[in-house]
Design a protein around this ligand. Sequence first.
Ligand SMILES: Cc1cc2nc3c(=O)[nH]c(=O)nc-3n(C[C@H](O)[C@H](O)[C@H](O)COP(=O)(O)OP(=O)(O)OC[C@H]3O[C@@H](n4cnc5c(N)ncnc54)[C@H](O)[C@@H]3O)c2cc1C
Length: 318
Amino acid sequence: MGILIYAESENGKFKKCALELASYGRAIANQLGVELIAASFNHSEYQTLGTYGVERVIQISDPKLEKFTAERYAANLASVVKENGVKLVLLSSSANAKYLAPLLAVSISAGYASNVVGLPESMDPLSIKRSCFTNKAFNTCVLDNELNIISLSNNSFGLKEEPKEIISETKSDVSSETNFVLEKVERASGQITIADAEIVVSGGRGLKGPENWHLIEDLASTLGAATACSKPVSDMGWRPHSEHVGQTGKPVASNLYIAIGVSGAIQHLAGINSSKVKLVINIDPEAPFFKAADYGVVGDAFEVVPELIEKLKAFKNS
Ligand SMILES: Cc1cc2nc3c(=O)[nH]c(=O)nc-3n(C[C@H](O)[C@H](O)[C@H](O)COP(=O)(O)OP(=O)(O)OC[C@H]3O[C@@H](n4cnc5c(N)ncnc54)[C@H](O)[C@@H]3O)c2cc1C
């Protein structure tokens, strides 16, 4: 029996969620005494995966696989599963992995547990803890299939180095589907994604307009953070929709979430519940966000944020 991770990459680098999956997979492989395999698409810098415990990487290469399409990727992963006697597949909770998981589960007749937040409590049957109701509760899911898929909640396990000698194999595309990628929106290079960020700085309607977003951007670049926003902010076109977090936007599972001029509506909180530490800056001491915050600053963002940036820069230079 082997364990397979789907190692996602972007711009020639493995994403943080791929390294977290490798760390998680290594912990399970150690318990079971089995091989940890990774599958990656059109990627050659496989050694990084070895640092986090992967022993063998199968690189599937084809120009048609350059852009993610769920059907093609699922067909190729299914083929890797069948050829390598894999009994457990580990996926991240990225948007792409969420599209992929059900397709893969159907094609390999596997059980599927999403939003997993811990190591399996038992393997036969697979019993595992999941978060539910937008991270307000947990449940234990039991899957008695022979083959299972686990989607790990991003940032719930962390990165743990355990270097292994890694070998690489190549494999060609086995998919036959015709897929159409309508549009792929490229991000500016070097920008940190919300999914991979340790720190996220988010702005709401309290920022008054897009002309003031330099406050969010300056604070984010000082901290090496990603930028995010509330739904109305992206609806009004102040920021791109890719930055909208919440129930109808992206989930955030960062170590630190800084919300500036965001009221803390339930739909916003639904997306950021898995963030570890929440810092809120709001002029209104009654803003609901303070109830969910670990640290709160009651004050005007236009005064507090520039001062915070100045102090952080001075601290970094000291
Ligand atoms: C079905 C549905 C789904 C939704 N999904 C989402 C979602 O995914 N994500 C999301 O964000 N919202 C979502 N919403 C909208 C949500 O209900 C709120 O309306 C929204 O989150 C409010 O955005 P906001 O906090 O930026 O704005 P506001 O509610 O207008 O809050 C602005 C805040 O800024 C503060 N403020 C004002 N001036 C300053 C200042 N100078 N300095 C500091 N603070 C200041 C105010 O005190 C206030 O708390 C959804 C709504 C519905 C009905």
